[in-house]
Design a protein around this ligand. Structure first.
Ligand code: FEO
Ligand code: CA
Ligand code: CA
Ligand code: CA
Length: 571
């Protein structure tokens, strides 16, 4: 309800001002507390995090991973369980106790490796807050060494066969898991994004195949040095290993012994999240972004239909893949990726070289599609297009030209936008849709025109780099950002990365939270009673930050629990 006291408008809180503090800022009347940090043990016998050594590979494998990202809440036999992605390890943080923040030994490399993957933790309410249930049988770490089954059309394909797995059916890891999703049958979906950054070649002159180059694989990794401790990451020796990563992985959080399943039917690219929709006819539709400049937006439609309590095993194994084509007149279509349309040999190859398949059909190159979210109140889907400094200038390696147009209206797009589409007749399996831009981010304090943003952006609520999107059950859209450096003029006045709430009907946007220095706000879910919001704070510590402990403490990514002091509903 609107009132002068709460700031007016649709939302029952006063907007948080942009700031560059090294803390989490929430509205008056709210409180944020840390639930779990990188390195906190998730089992009762795990050692406490040591701020001097920053742990070992062995301790890290039993502790909460680094850089929390997508997460989902599950209620399993009355227990509240969080499944959380630990996207990557910031090597400048995890090796910050070493000279020049380099690994001192192989255990340092393995420690950073073990900080990747995901964490499953049971949590419970206690003393007005939340705590991790450290002795829960459901707690689990999944790391880059956890065995995973390859399912779907690409299972057993020649391109997936390696020395360690000559049948192409079983792979270890699980790394760079970014966004998330959930199925109506209670599974967690974790999405493999920048898998390329972990591969290297001992021979620096080694040239990867064009198909691997399209995914950014090269003879140099991003500084992780995994090939030094695990030869499969040397792409010159095991050129098929990268083909085994870049998928959506299904995990049963209720069974800690279960083997996660790589769902190749959902395609291989730099997956952001997986938004699962039960279509009107019961088919499962999954919307997915490929977060890279000039890459695409995808849709999967299952062959079978979902029925509560019915068989679900094949719903993410057998289906059709599509890539989005946006027209300038506000219409769009889903282009089927089939052997006929792409010229590829079979569906397996399409599911492995999905980017190449989407290029072949002429899908629309996008400004880095991040999270996709379905409006629970109507058939309308939103996707954050985070930014694209190269829009109009140069394509992704081996990719397509990226002309300005459609939902990507600005050259050298610094701020990002959110596109939304409505499938024809409300049918998510329909081939046609209509689209518009819900918001074009910008900075009206610095720019006029296109870089000032759309009408629902003003100097009070402005932001950049929309990334995480999630609807709450009341139909409000929450937007999380992975923003630019607030010291730079283009981002002046916008402060640290943040979380905002938006009303899809009116377009109104209000800032709810500001993260600490250098951090990104990544991951959002709610307690079953919606009186706690769990929010991820990823890669704090940039720009000299030491969140959450402050002082000289190592910065630690963490999940925070946000509640209203009067116990009311969030938002
Ligand atoms: Fe891991 Fe595209 O964010
Ligand atoms: Ca993201
Ligand atoms: Ca991002
Ligand atoms: Ca990130």
């Amino acid at each position: 309800a609107a009132s002068a006291q709460d700031g007016g408008g649709r939302f029952a809180f006063a907007q948080v001002a942009a700031n560059t503090k090294d803390e989490v800022t929430v509205p008056d009347g709210y409180r944020a507390e840390v639930l779990i940090r990188w390195g906190d043990p998730i089992s009762a016998d795990g050692p406490e995090f040591d701020p001097e050594t920053l742990g070992t590979a062995e301790s890290q494998a039993r502790a909460f991973g680094a850089n929390t990202d997508g997460m989902e809440m599950f209620v399993i036999d009355g227990r509240i369980v969080l499944a959380v992605n630990n996207e990557y390890a910031n090597t400048r943080v995890i090796w910050s106790n070493r000279p020049r923040a380099k690994p001192a030994d192989d255990d340092d490399i393995a420690k950073a490796m073990m900080a990747h993957g995901l964490s499953v933790i049971e949590i419970a309410e206690a003393d007005g807050g939340w705590r991790v249930v450290q002795d829960s049988m459901l707690n689990r770490r999944i790391t880059p060494q956890t065995p995973m089954e390859i399912t779907g059309p690409a299972r057993g394909h020649d391109l997936l066969k390696t020395a360690a797995d000559p049948a192409g059916v079983l792979v270890r890891g699980g790394f760079n898991n970014c966004g998330a999703g959930r199925t109506p049958w209670g599974a967690y979906l974790t999405c493999e994004e920048n898998f390329n950054g972990y591969f290297s070649a001992a021979d620096r002159a080694y040239e990867v195949s064009p198909a691997l180059r399209r995914y950014g694989v090269s003879a140099r990794d991003w500084g992780y040095r995994w090939a030094r401790i695990d030869e499969r990451f040397d792409v010159s020796k095991h050129p098929n290993e990268p083909n085994r990563h870049g998928y959506v992985v299904e995990l049963d959080p209720a069974d800690p012994e279960s083997t996660p399943k790589k769902r190749t039917a959902l395609g291989r690219f730099k997956h952001e999240n997986a938004e699962v929709v039960v279509n009107g006819d019961g088919r499962i539709v999954v919307y997915m972004g490929d977060d890279e400049r000039g890459e695409f937006l995808y849709r999967y439609v299952s062959d079978g239909v979902y029925a509560p309590g019915g068989e679900t095993a094949m719903l993410l194994e057998e289906g059709a893949l599509f890539a989005a084509k946006f027209h300038d007149d506000g219409t769009g279509e889903w282009l089927a990726l089939t052997p006929e349309t792409t010229g590829m040999a079979d569906l397996a190859e399409i599911c492995i070289h999905t980017r190449l398949a989407a290029s072949a059909v002429g899908a629309t190159t996008m400004d880095r599609p991040e999270w996709v979210a379905l409006n629970p109140k109507k058939p309308e889907v939103y996707c954050a297009l985070t930014n694209n400094k190269a829009r109009g200038r140069k394509p992704n390696a081996g990719g397509d030209e990226t002309p300005v147009g459609g939902p990507n209206p600005r050259e050298a797009n610094k701020y990002g936008q959110i596109v939304r589409w409505r499938p024809a007749e409300g049918d998510h399996a329909a081939d046609r849709f209509e689209w518009d831009l819900f918001v074009i981010a910008g900075n009206p304090a610095v720019h006029r025109g296109a870089n000032a943003g759309s009408e629902n952006v003003n100097e009070g609520n402005m932001f950049n780099a929309p990334d995480g999107l999630a609807f709450d059950e009341t139909g409000m859209l929450w937007i999380q950002t992975d923003g630019g450096d607030p010291e730079k003029r283009d981002f002046a006045g916008q402060g640290n990365s943040q979380m905002l709430i938006a009303d899809p009907a009116t377009g109104e946007i209000r800032r709810f939270l500001v993260g600490p220095k250098g951090a990104e706000v990544a991951g959002l879910c709610w307690s079953p009673d919606r009186r706690t919001a769990f929010v991820g704070i990823q890669h704090p510590g940039g720009e000299g930050g030491h969140w959450p402990e402050g002082g000289d403490a190592p910065p630690r990514s963490a999940i925070i629990a946000i509640r209203r002091e009067d116990g009311g509903l969030i938002g």
